[in-house]
Design a protein around this ligand. Structure first.
Ligand code: XIL
Length: 396
């Protein structure tokens, strides 16, 4: 029996069972019931497996919206095309976005490959649409990301000019981009784009990553990038962003060393983005340790791309109750440790990297379920875990 092919009827039965009672105080877990075999249920004239709606059983009825729980901004990713779309799915997406989030990051639209269209030529239109949406809906935009080895436009990859000309192109891009997005302000004169990931993933483990930027500018390209960004906007918050800061101690120490070096040498930096692409069982004890260590730099701390894979070992073919619960626990840990460890003045926010599992960059053709919402935009129990963590409920 395929666990994901649980009858909608089972779900409806559970919901109806709840609604007949007077207890509406807490969320109910949806899920397969031990004593019901979907294959033999014949309610509503229901029929064969093929006609059964496919639902994710591991959902619950959320009663709290994320942004109303946290005392810091809660973010998620968007694209200009989804914001502009009026399809049913994108209408649902925007309803959830507006209800649960007050910070947005462009998943791809504000990366270099999308905006740096040719020598001294920029296309900011997608970013502008995202900024306009944020302004209309009272959200901030976190800029992501000025320099990343994985988002280089083809023309720049094969740039035939000198290294000095290459550097001049990148400098002009960073300055033009930051200056452009500094122009958007709300009615009170506050910036919409509050912050930028200036350099993304400079490190490869604890070493400097070999990239086009190290080759053509040098290992100090990251210091230059932060200085260029600061020259273009004296106020915008400047972040260094990377993955496995939780979980990889050597890498974390290299990043903390870099940050301390910046501070000592007056190279502008305001914060560190911990991407937080986690697994259901990793990291374990290093999660709070890493959040403490990054907080100890005194810089702003952003959980910038949170998601929790449940099948990194490819050992399951369907989402299981055991993995759903482990994922709920890991989301609770992330929310709890961020909420309770990072001093409030350093809490820049917590950003999720997607809405429905199937829209995740880690969906992997349907073999992982990393996020908070199922196919129908219903809240998974992972959402309940994050809610509990943000509410300060200790998961351990
Ligand atoms: C990912 C996007 O989600 C994908 O759509 C895209 O194909 C590749 O980039 N670290 C980052 C993000 O900083 O920008 C990445 O986003 C995920 C890993």
């Amino acid at each position: 029996m395929k666990i994901v092919k649980v009858l909608m009827i089972v779900m409806l039965g559970a919901v109806m069972g709840c609604s007949s009672g007077s207890d509406d105080t807490g969320p109910q877990v949806g899920g397969p019931s031990d004593d019901i075999d979907p294959g033999t249920t014949d309610d509503e004239g229901s029929t064969t497996d093929d006609e059964v709606p496919v639902v994710d059983p591991f959902v619950y009825d959320a009663t709290e919206d994320l942004k109303n729980i946290a005392s810091f901004p809660i973010g998620n990713i968007v694209s200009a095309s989804k914001l502009a779309s009026t399809s049913a799915n994108n209408t649902s997406f925007k309803q959830i976005l507006n209800a649960e989030y007050n910070s947005i990051t462009a998943e791809n639209d504000m990366k270099m490959a999308n905006m740096f269209t040719g020598p001294d030529t920029y296309d900011f239109s997608d970013g502008d649409a995202i900024v306009a949406y944020a302004m209309e809906n009272g959200m901030r935009v976190h800029g992501h990301a000025l320099i990343w080895h994985s988002s280089i436009p083809n023309w720049l990859n094969s740039f035939s000019g000198t290294d000095e000309e290459f550097e001049a192109q990148v400098e002009a891009y960073v300055k033009a981009t930051v200056a452009h997005f500094a122009e958007a302000e709300d009615d009170s004169g506050n910036p919409i784009v509050t912050s930028w990931d200036v350099v993304n993933e400079y490190f490869d483990g604890s070493s400097v990553r070999n990239s086009l930027f190290t080759q053509r500018i040098g290992n100090d390209f990251h210091e230059k990038a932060f200085q260029w960004a600061r020259e273009a906007d004296p106020d915008v918050k400047l972040f260094y962003n990377d993955y496995n800061i939780a979980g990889q101690v050597d890498k974390r120490n290299a990043i903390i060393g870099m940050a301390n070096n910046f501070i000592t040498n007056s190279i502008p930096i305001d914060g560190i983005g911990m991407q937080m692409h986690l697994n259901h069982d990793w990291p374990s004890s290093d999660l709070p340790i890493s959040i403490q260590a990054i907080s100890d730099t005194g810089l702003l701390v952003h959980i910038s791309e949170l998601d929790v894979k449940v099948n990194y070992g490819d050992d399951i073919t369907e989402f299981t109750e055991e993995r759903a619960m482990a994922q709920e626990f890991q989301y609770q840990r992330a929310g709890y440790y961020y909420t309770t460890i990072v001093p409030s003045a350093q809490q820049f926010g917590l950003t999720l990297w997607g809405f429905r599992d199937q829209d995740s960059w880690l969906y992997d053709g349907g073999s992982d379920w990393p996020l908070l919402y199922n196919v129908d935009f219903n809240t998974k129990i992972s959402h309940r875990g994050l809610v509990a963590g943000l509410n300060g409920e200790n998961p351990e």
